[in-house]
Write a protein that binds this ligand. Structure first.
Ligand code: MUC
Ligand code: MG
Length: 382
């Protein structure tokens, strides 16, 4: 009859390896391939939802790897999920939370797949389950990380000409401070007021380096610095936020709503980079955003360089937050040589267009999925 509950029938994981269009040099890793976990959840009514769990550089960015995430999902989460109400996403994730600590990125993949399925069942975009949209496009930064200033400047000029990006995030912290500052100053000099230049240190600086670095970054014309010190050093992050005019953004320190509250209460940042992966899914990321909003902290839609699946899910959420003053960096799919979706996400006029189909609003091309699956490849390259 009508009251029969739709249940979770099947949970599948896929590890994909996606070559990047150029090397991507970060403080802790140089990427030539991005590896991701996709989760496909099939419900008893046949509706399928997709989610993504992605990290950067194996275990160099965080404590989860794609291999570990697939194992955590297959071995520990899937048995908890089978037979549960497919529409009761909060209840399902609460059950997972009782038996699985941490593992936020793996939880994100599962939670997103459940949210996608629930929204598809209703025939609405996922943004409709989070209060509806206040925008249908959003500013989208690009990361310049070729490792060379001249190549980065040429890349930025091309992207400005194409009207694709006018916000550039520079990855620093690998070289000596003076070299990094010279690199940033050269890029800002070349781009002038045509672009916002921001930097991500990925926790690489000591507090002493950060003090010198933030002063020099402000002088060089950078607008924002992301996670200059280690995630454990909240007091230092708060001190830097107070002491320097440049905006300080929290990234690695934020792993869900409890961290968001702790950082907000300590005055630990001017801006939050909200990431679905680090937060544990779309719902937890919405709570992180709500805490920022209540605390008067600026919002930025962060990425872990996801495929179109995780990117679209993030766009659905960031379409609903009233103020997104710092835009987003949802460029992930543009860094890959291969397209996974049947129709690529659209980037126009310096913005990402929020897809408006049901659920996350994008669909995976099954042939491309097969091509990119690690278990279907002859050689593994990580
Ligand atoms: C990070 O730390 O923010 C996002 C963009 C990018 O290039 O790297 C990331 C991860
Ligand atoms: Mg970052």
């Amino acid at each position: 009859g009508d009251s029969v509950v739709t249940t979770i029938e099947r949970v599948e994981t896929f590890i994909l390896d996606l070559p990047t269009i150029r090397q991507h040099v970060l403080a802790m890793a140089t990427m030539k391939t991005q590896s991701v976990v996709l989760v496909r959840i099939t419900a008893s009514d046949g509706v399928v939802g997709w989610g993504e769990g992605t990290t950067i550089g194996g275990l160099s960015y965080g404590e989860e790897s794609v291999e570990g995430m697939a194992l955590a999902i297959d071995t520990y989460m899937t048995p908890l999920l089978i037979g549960l109400d497919a529409d009761a996403v909060g209840a399902a994730m609460a059950r997972v939370g009782v038996f699985v600590q941490g593992n936020n990125t793996a939880k994100c993949a599962v939670e997103t797949a459940l949210q996608d399925g629930a929204a598809r069942r209703l025939g609405v975009p996922l943004s409709s389950l989070f209060g509806g949209r206040v925008r249908d496009r959003m500013a989208c930064a690009w990361t310049l990380a070729s490792g060379q200033s001249d190549l980065d400047i040429a890349e930025a000029e091309r992207l400005l000409d194409a009207r694709r990006h006018n916000i550039f995030k520079l990855k620093i912290g690998k070289r000596a401070l003076a070299d990094d500052i010279a690199h940033i100053a050269a890029i800002k000099r070349a781009l002038g007021n045509r672009a916002s230049v921001r930097v991500d240190v990925n926790q690489a600086w000591s507090v002493t380096e950060a003090r010198r670095g933030l002063a020099a970054l402000a002088d060089a014309g950078a607008d924002l610095v992301e996670q200059p010190v280690r995630r454990q050093h909240l007091a230092a992050l708060a001190q830097l936020t107070r002491d320097f005019p440049i905006a300080v953004m929290a990234d690695e320190i934020l792993r869900g709503p409890e961290d968001a509250f702790r950082v907000a209460a300590a005055g630990g940042a001017d801006v939050f980079s909200v990431k679905l992966s680090q937060s544990g899914g779309v719902g937890p990321a919405a709570k992180v955003a709500a805490i920022a909003e209540a605390a008067g902290i600026g919002l930025y839609g962060g990425t872990m360089i996801e495929t179109g699946v995780g990117t679209a899910a993030a766009a659905q959420l960031f379409a609903t937050v009233p103020r997104l003053d710092w835009g987003t960096e949802l460029f992930g799919p543009l860094l890959f040589t291969d397209e996974l979706l049947t129709a690529p996400l659209r980037y126009e006029d310096f913005t990402l267009i929020v897809p408006d189909g049901p659920g996350i609003g994008v669909d995976i091309d099954p042939a491309r999925l097969d091509d990119l699956r690690r278990d279907r490849r002859r050689s593994v390259h990580v």
